[in-house]
Design a protein around this ligand. Structure first.
Ligand code: ZN
Ligand code: ZN
Length: 103
């Protein structure tokens, strides 16, 4: 095994974490697990315009993103996990369509 681990199959970061014999860093593994869970949930409708929202993963949370108004909606439990202002700010930026470097 290489000293610094192998490159994550998803993001290219060095990792020693493996899943199904593929190098996947823990961050990506967690995100993918969240995504699988999110895919199994019923899509929600935007409370503003009734559009069907898509599930996205941001900051280790499943969020609902409206393609119409670009609104970002969180599950009530997820909102409580927003303790610091940094993530909230990042999400707000994302909601306005301003991109920021992920990771
Ligand atoms: Zn990764
Ligand atoms: Zn909307």
């Amino acid at each position: 095994m290489a000293i610094f681990g192998e490159k994550c199959d998803r993001c290219g970061k060095r990792t020693r974490h493996k899943e199904e014999d593929k190098p996947i860093c823990e961050v990506c593994a967690n995100e993918m697990a969240l995504m699988v869970k999110a895919q199994g949930e019923v899509p929600r409708q935007c409370p503003v315009d009734g559009a069907q929202m898509t599930k996205e993963i941001a900051h280790m949370m499943v969020i609902d993103l409206c393609p119409e108004c670009k609104g970002v909606w969180l599950d009530s439990g997820e909102l409580e996990r927003f303790k610091g202002g940094v993530e909230t700010e990042a999400l707000l930026l994302m909601a306005r369509g301003i991109s920021y470097p992920l990771g």
